[in-house]
Design a protein around this ligand. Structure first.
Ligand code: BGC
Ligand code: BGC
Length: 860
């Protein structure tokens, strides 16, 4: 047994069927009588108001009062008054306004229903400026320590309470099975026994236990996403889960058994579908696309009836809109399936949903009994959470106390969590580093807060943040090393360092959340190939290696990736996951003075090859079940490079090596996407996404014009970007923020364009050879005065340009979008060289014009 195995993490027992929950929060007759008494006095409108949850940005306190709404959420990147820097007091003020608005409809009534506000505090109170950000769940999984998780839950609840909020959408209890999924980092481990132990501990920390349960500084917790979110085919976010029911029960759902046992009051429904392999034809409640939001079987029959969950089921962000015959504003099916609160985020949609639901109950499409069940559960949870006895947010003890956010003890706990989360994969007698010698600290992650904090950090994607502005008080490996050794000993330029100086190289993934983090089918797990900027990280390591530096690499990532070469060229290699704001925990170990050692052990097995995309090791209790064939990887399922539980220590006697021989690490020469036929280098067979929710960010959208001297200003995917003469605003086409509205003021010539990030041209000739086209979606919202020009650029002054008018041949759809296809030969005829593309798309106008731009791609 591992030196660091924890007896609190126990192997699981196989269940034949869905287990029933033995919740520590028991139904009690006084509560039930209290809520029944209210329920019978409620109007239908009041009931429906309790069942709808809009996003903060899309609802005013006046509307809360008018529609008698019961809850709101602030989605990732939503702040009081749109102020990213809102203080604890600002949050509380806003929370109080909504709370008071929620009371207004009950003036003069013999009862009232308290209002509640939910947030995604998934690694600390991460949407709030100044908060302590803990390592994401993947890092915590390495610690194998439920007590640590409980402590983090307590601190998170305290920080949430300081801002006047009541409820968090955590923990995520996904058991990810494919590294390509953009949410692997939100899951604690591939090992269901870790997820099982942690889920309960997190609920205990957030909600409190026994006498402390739902006291001051405790919040409602949500277990998500029910069910099988981590098991989608090829790791596609919101995709298809094809596991058998035995696997759902014993692998994907184990976190529910423990979290609900610990008394979690809310379950969030998952975006994915479930395709029961034993019954593919089963049409679940008429929802032949099998999306779980419409699955009466999984929600009503299994979760509520069989397992006996008596709390609230909430839907995920407009998840109901993905059901057949539903739209965001209209979906009786989602309520019929057993969901109690529907997260309908946009104003037009929730208002429509409200009217439609009221109507559907009147018409008998939704039985009143279903509404009453939903509202009973909502009131029950609000009652249990103490919301009738807690005063309004402003009056709560400790509310608005800025000192609670990022408090010294909270940061100290986060720092400890960072130490406990690091996994030492390789150490050829180089660690610990001396505190008395100079060190070269380099790499894209050395001083990059975004790479450390990952998604769900102030913004939804965790991007558009800077260390100085957005995370005061945080440390990076660079700043922590400077503090430790003194600035003079820390070199940051390779040219300044002699070859004997140790190079501390910090590299890793840029932040992402949800589907934007999916790797997709055209890439492999090879880190250096995921983005052009990541390739520079590899080149840096090669260069340092060639110069003869001893190298210690710290790797930030939301999942294990193929980094064999980086590892081979490093003397030590640390998997640091997404540690959050306290990177000083990393230097505690790198420069250990003997007080600390590496105790983290792999929470996921680490792949040996580029196409070992799925995890197919089954835990002991599942050994009698066949391995699903879709888990076979393109290369037939190799043994991992490092198995689950692997991890070295400075004290070699404590290492968990599993017989791994580091000298055996070899390069995998494969260079194309997993599960795809080898691409013909000369002729493209697959579209290349340039701008969409799945597009790799090798290309960045810019605006520029005479007012910027034609310099490019990056276009924000999350907020307004403006230069003199041009303004962009993110809009939703198929997915959140996947399109953009562009307003040319016409004052001076301006353009919007996609360009390679680092200026290195790319060869896209294979698209020309295959007779391909530049395809993009556009909506034209104002009558163009002058021609709109579409162009591609090779290395300036090489360009190819055409007049858009000649290509507007397709009909517009109902939403006013049209897909334009410009044959690449036309652009070639106009001067384009496809071997040296720098700008694959450009739209230019020098007169006033408003357009929407959706997906842009090259099609073969
Ligand atoms: C919101 C997030 C939300 C996401 C859903 C974003 O626009 O800000 O909170 O989770 O959409 O996909
Ligand atoms: C995510 C959830 C999150 C919700 C609210 C969704 O897109 O899937 O995990 O809780 O947005 O932000």
């Amino acid at each position: 047994m591992s030196a660091y195995a924890n007896p609190q993490v126990q192997p699981l027992i196989y269940h034949e069927d869905w287990p029933s929950i033995d919740s520590r929060v028991v139904k009690d007759p006084t509560t039930e009588a209290f809520i029944q008494d209210i329920l019978v006095q409620m109007s239908l409108e009041e009931k429906v108001g309790q069942m709808i949850q809009p996003d903060l940005r899309e609802v005013t306190p006046e509307e809360v009062a008018e529609y008698k709404l019961g809850t709101i959420l602030n989605g990732g990147g939503a702040f009081p008054k749109n102020n990213k820097y809102a203080t604890a007091r600002d949050w509380v003020e806003t929370a109080d306004e909504y709370y008071q608005a929620g009371r207004r409809p009950f003036e003069g009534r013999p009862f009232h229903i308290p209002f509640a506000w939910a947030t995604d505090a998934v690694h600390g109170h991460n949407n709030v400026f100044g908060a302590t950000l803990f390592p994401h769940n993947i890092g915590l999984g390495a610690a194998r320590d439920p007590d640590l998780i409980r402590a983090i839950g307590e601190v998170t609840a305290a920080e949430i309470s300081a801002t006047g909020l009541d409820w968090t959408f955590a923990p995520t209890v996904a058991v990810p099975r494919d590294y390509r999924w953009g949410r692997v980092y939100e899951g604690y481990s591939e090992d269901p026994s870790v997820v099982h132990a942690y889920a309960a501990a997190m609920v205990d920390g957030l909600q409190g236990q026994d006498e402390s349960r739902f006291g001051d500084r405790k919040v409602i917790s949500t277990v998500k996403h029910w069910v099988g979110d981590g098991g989608t085919l090829r790791g596609v976010d919101r995709g298809e889960n094809h596991y058998t029911e035995e696997y759902l029960v014993n692998l994907h759902a184990v976190g529910y058994a423990s979290a609900l046992g610990a008394g979690a009051q809310v379950v969030m429904t998952s975006f994915n579908s479930w395709h029961n392999p034993k019954n593919y034809d089963l049409m679940d409640g008429g929802n032949y696309n099998q999306k779980i939001h419409g699955s009466r079987y999984l929600i009503q029959d299994v979760l509520k009836d069989k397992m006996g969950f008596d709390g609230v089921v909430i839907t995920d962000w407009n998840g109901h809109a993905e059901l057949n015959d539903c739209s965001a504003g209209n979906c009786p099916q989602v309520i019929l399936a057993g969901n109690d609160i529907v997260m309908v985020t946009a104003r037009v949609d929730w208002q429509a949903f409200y009217r439609n639901t009221v109507e559907q109950v009147r018409e008998g499409i939704i039985p009143m009994a279903r509404i009453d069940d939903a509202v009973t559960r909502i009131l029950r949870v609000k009652y249990r959470a103490g919301l009738w006895s807690k005063p309004s947010p402003k009056m709560r003890s400790g509310s608005g106390d800025q000192a609670v956010l990022g408090a010294a003890q909270h940061r100290a706990l986060a720092r400890r969590a960072v130490r406990d989360s690091l996994v030492l994969l390789k150490n050829e007698d180089i660690l610990p580093l001396s505190r008395d010698r100079s060190v070269l600290v380099v790499g894209s992650g050395a001083d990059d807060i975004q790479k450390q904090t990952g998604g769900w950090s102030l913004t939804w994607q965790g991007n558009e943040n800077t260390l100085e502005r957005d995370f005061p008080g945080a440390t990076t490996v660079l700043s922590a090393t400077q503090n430790l050794l003194g600035e003079a000993r820390v070199l940051t330029e390779v040219s300044e360092a002699s070859p004997s100086t140790v190079a501390l190289v910090v590299v890793g993934e840029d932040p992402y959340a949800e589907m934007l983090g999916d790797i997709g089918m055209t890439k492999t797990l090879e880190y250096a190939e995921l983005k052009r900027s990541y390739r520079k990280d590899l080149e840096l390591i090669r260069d340092l290696h060639d110069r003869g530096h001893p190298i210690v690499t710290v790797f930030y990532s939301g999942r294990p990736l193929y980094v064999n070469e980086e590892m081979m060229r490093s003397d030590a290699f640390v998997a640091a996951w997404l540690p959050g704001t306290e990177a000083v925990g990393v230097t505690d170990l790198l420069f250990s003075d003997g007080r600390y050692d590496f105790t983290g052990r792999l929470p996921y097995s680490w792949p040996a090859k580029k196409c070992d995309t799925s995890i197919n090791a089954v835990p002991e209790h599942l050994s009698q079940l066949p391995i699903p064939d879709f888990e076979q990887t393109a290369d037939g399922g190799d043994a991992p490079l490092f198995p689950l539980g692997y991890g070295l220590s400075l004290d070699k006697n404590r290492s968990d090596r599993f017989g791994v021989d580091l000298a055996q690490i070899a390069l995998d020469e494969r260079d194309y996407g997993c599960g795809m036929p080898a691409p013909d280098q000369r002729i493209a067979t697959e579209p290349l996404e340039l701008f969409s929710h799945t597009a790799p960010d090798d290309f960045q959208l810019y605006i520029g014009g005479t007012s910027t001297d034609w310099r490019g200003v990056p276009v924000s995917r999350g907020s307004v970007t403006q230069i003199a003469g041009l303004r962009t605003k993110p809009i939703d086409r198929r997915h959140q923020q996947d399109a953009v509205r562009v307003e040319f003021m016409g004052k001076n010539p301006a353009q919007i364009y996609l360009s390679v990030l680092d200026g290195d041209p790319v060869d896209l000739k294979r698209y020309l050879n295959s007779g391909g086209a530049l395809e993009f979606e556009i909506g034209i919202d104002s009558q163009p005065i002058k021609p709109i020009r579409v162009a591609m650029h090779c290395v300036w002054p090489c360009i190819g340009e055409v007049d858009l008018a000649g290509y507007l041949t397709e009909p517009y759809d109902e939403a006013g979008w049209v897909t334009v296809s410009v044959p690449l030969i036309d652009l070639e005829a106009a001067g384009m060289d496809f071997a040296t593309v720098t700008t694959p798309f450009l739209l230019h106008s020098d007169s006033p014009l408003t357009v929407r731009i959706g997906r842009i791609r090259l099609v073969p």
